[in-house]
Design a protein around this ligand. Sequence first.
Ligand code: TPP
Length: 311
Amino acid sequence: MMLLIRRAEETLQKLFLDGKVPGFLHLSIGQEAVAAAVSSCLGARDTVSSNHRGHGHTIAKGVALEGFFAEILGKATGLCKGRGGSMHVADLKIGMLGANGIVGAGIPITTGSALALKLQGEGHIAAVYFGDGALAEGVVHECFNIAKLWSLPVLFVCENNGWSEFSPTDRQLATSLRQMATAYGISYDEVDGNDARDVRASAEAAISGMRSEARPAILECRTTRVRGHFEGDKQDYRHADEAAEMAARDPLLVTRRQLKSEGVADDWFAGLAETVEAEIDTALAAAFAAPEPNPNDILADVYTVSGGRHG
Ligand SMILES: Cc1ncc(C[n+]2csc(CCOP(=O)(O)OP(=O)(O)O)c2C)c(N)n1
């Protein structure tokens, strides 16, 4: 899964350079272990939502790659008819409530979903991925409060990569997520977000508890944003030695080292790379072959303030 996410994003990166991707592109390269490990603990009826760096979360939840690429390329067959693009991919069929360009906005959506899942009483949970930049948003506090007060099964997954656009976290946050968790009485764990096994062990423990007894949990994953805030960001605000540190902590290499030490052969990795490549090639070819949206449909699914509906 981590390799699929990495290769899908590297593919998008090239397409963006060729001018084939409309809008902005925020890549999650270096953060793949969080999405892959958390999603490996989720079932089809569990829900997730995400932020502007959401490709990995969407792919890990099980999106059909063809519709995913078509969406980002703005095609009519995209999961949101090509209207959302990279920052707003949603697919309710798989429980993906949406990526979101507004920092922190996925958090109340997911908390609401957790309330619905609790009322259904079938043990499903909701998970939300957000960055450390969201921690200074007021809505985070409101959701921590209500999730604790109403015992909602929501897993708050913070991908703490130390950056919020071009500012380090400590320039904008007066406290820490650990202290916030203590203040709200929500169970909390901090893991190495670049070690998929570490993330999975913690997510699994939290989620299994949440299924039997609805309650919130917070998981803080220390991770690395390898690319700039968006594609094209020159990153001249970063120290040169950060790149070497990030390379050593690459989550794909961490997992590869773990598997190799357990005897997994090089051939297996080569076979996996081929399978992933073929999957991406097939999906991308279909997305490119898909039709552009019809301009006559521009008002379809648009709601007006007067309550009328076009289309
Ligand atoms: C409410 C709101 N404020 C500001 C912005 C502009 N903005 C976009 S991304 C971002 C920083 C996000 O940092 P973080 O949440 O840590 O995620 P990361 O990019 O590090 O993955 C900001 C401030 C926004 N999109 N929404």
